[in-house]
Write a protein that binds this ligand. Structure first.
Ligand SMILES: Cc1cc2nc3c(=O)[nH]c(=O)nc-3n(C[C@H](O)[C@H](O)[C@H](O)COP(=O)(O)OP(=O)(O)OC[C@H]3O[C@@H](n4cnc5c(N)ncnc54)[C@H](O)[C@@H]3O)c2cc1C
Length: 436
């Protein structure tokens, strides 16, 4: 049977648009259907009082090995980024540590935290051993792994900040093996940065290139159903921009709506094979995150334009000053600040209380800030729009037991990836399975 499209992609987040880019580069004609009027999902920006405020992600991988960069390259799209690789500042109770632009960041961080070069060298060697010879087995968390080799609380505080900020959950929740997989993935020449004109511009550029190759990207077009017949996907039903139900037939559907919603759209758990559903239910737990964006008349740190990670707090995890990085983000003389927080226990978040705690920790670190700040966004992300749909190491496979139905997005993160990179990498993996 002839179809108008080779594949339908449900959702225009990082996962959906990157999957589309890879398939289009492979010669396919696709339709991306997006329920909202905006592109990019949790990797987008909205205008708030003349500032561009993120819907989620700020720090975006951009090096040659990144699945995001490769998706843009596949269609010849420029990524308009400001490179922030290495611009990391870690705050501990005894001071701040800036990653050296010359490298040696890991040892430097450990030395700064431990304040004892010999003990730091020994502990650093344990990490190198785990990266090169013996990866710990899945049953042990990274906190348990640290406890075997050091009593130093400050080094644990530093890596707690690192895990919560960069990996989305806490040290006592991350399997040690996943921590080392993440370090390995990110040691291969990885680079990150911020979109100079905001993520919406970035994702819009990718969508335009997809359309320029004869495929379609339709906003305001929610998918209501994924059609499955005899365990094979046959297309989707959308509500089109005119408000009418419309069927789009295709032999392939890639859903960027998150594994939970994908199962519901396809008709529920009985449509899938039992072991697929068992895996889904076993680890169906998202990683919440809190976000506060506010403006000040001056930056809280005049000497630093990068990502500050906190190892001296419980809920505040990192802070950026997007205006200090890109002058295109806010009007002159107005400084947009973006703070992120994570629950102390991602499995039992108390987001109302913990959001207030995040604000008090901001005040404790920058006295007077709350009196001067004008808040543009106070958001608590969980459920359908979490920090990540599933915890690191607990992602679903990209393919499903229904033939032709795939999941893309951060709910099916390939090994070593998280956040926007995991969404793009899942799109790359799905496209390889399909095209390969
Ligand atoms: C506050 C916050 C801060 C973050 N910071 C970072 C960071 O600095 N760096 C980083 O790498 N990651 C960060 N992340 C994580 C990152 O934003 C996400 O992992 C990534 O953007 C997820 O992309 P996705 O494609 O999986 O999903 P989404 O971005 O959620 O995209 C899914 C899309 O599908 C659409 N959709 C859903 N259902 C339907 C339907 N039925 N029909 C049609 N369309 C549908 C949605 O509207 C959405 O556009 C952060 C997340 C948050 C919330």
């Amino acid at each position: 049977m002839e179809h108008e499209f080779d594949a339908i992609i449900v959702g225009a987040g990082m996962g959906g648009l990157c999957a589309a880019a890879y398939l289009v580069a492979g010669g396919m004609r696709v339709a991306v259907v997006e329920k909202s009027p905006h592109l990019g999902g949790r990797c987008s920006h909205r205008a708030r009082e003349d500032c561009l405020v993120t819907t989620g992600a700020l720090m975006i991988p951009m090096g040659p090995s990144s699945a995001i960069r490769q998706a843009f390259d596949a269609l010849g799209v420029d990524m308009d980024m400001i490179n922030l690789t290495g611009k990391m500042r870690y705050r501990l109770a005894h001071g701040d540590y800036d990653i050296s632009p010359k490298g040696g960041g890991l040892l430097g961080m450990i030395e700064f935290a431990m304040q004892d070069p010999a003990a730091a060298a020994q502990f650093h060697q344990r990490i190198i051993d785990a990266l090169t010879t013996w990866t710990p087995l899945g049953s042990i968390t990274i906190l348990d792994w640290f406890d075997q080799y050091t009593d130093c609380q400050e080094v644990k505080n530093l890596f707690q900040g690192y895990c919560a900020a960069l990996m989305g959950v806490n040290m006592h929740e991350i399997p040690a093996s996943e921590f080392f997989n993440f370090l390995k993935y990110h040691s291969k020449g990885s680079q990150f940065g911020m979109a100079r004109l905001g993520n919406a511009q970035l994702m819009g550029a990718l969508a335009s290139a997809i359309e320029a190759r004869g495929s379609r990207v339709m906003t305001r077009s929610p998918c209501r159903k994924i059609h499955v017949e005899s365990n094979r996907v046959t297309g989707v039903e959308i509500k089109n921009a005119a408000g009418d139900a419309e069927k789009l037939a295709a032999p392939l559907v890639l859903s960027n709506a998150g594994p939970r919603r994908t199962i519901a759209l396809a008709g529920g758990g009985s449509v899938f094979e039992a072991s697929y559903m068992a895996k889904f239910e076993q680890d169906d737990i998202d990683a919440p995150i809190m976000h506060a964006s506010f403006v000040l008349n001056e930056p809280v740190m005049a000497d630093f334009a990068g990502c500050m990670v906190f190892g001296n707090t419980t809920n505040l995890i990192y802070l950026e000053i997007p205006s200090a990085i890109s002058p295109d983000i806010s009007p002159e003389g107005i400084y947009l600040h973006t703070a992120f927080g994570a629950p102390a226990d991602a499995a039992k978040p108390e987001l109302d209380r913990e959001f207030e705690m995040m604000l008090s920790e901001l005040e404790a670190n920058f006295p007077g800030i709350l009196d001067k700040a004008k808040f543009l966004v106070k958001a608590k992300h969980r459920g359908d729009s979490p920090g990540m749909h599933r915890w690191v190491g607990r992602g679903m496979p990209v393919n499903t037991s229904v033939l032709g139905l795939y999941n893309v997005g951060d709910g099916c993160a390939p090994v070593g990836t998280i956040g926007t990179e995991s969404a793009a990498a899942s799109g790359r993996e799905a496209a390889r399975m399909i095209l390969g």
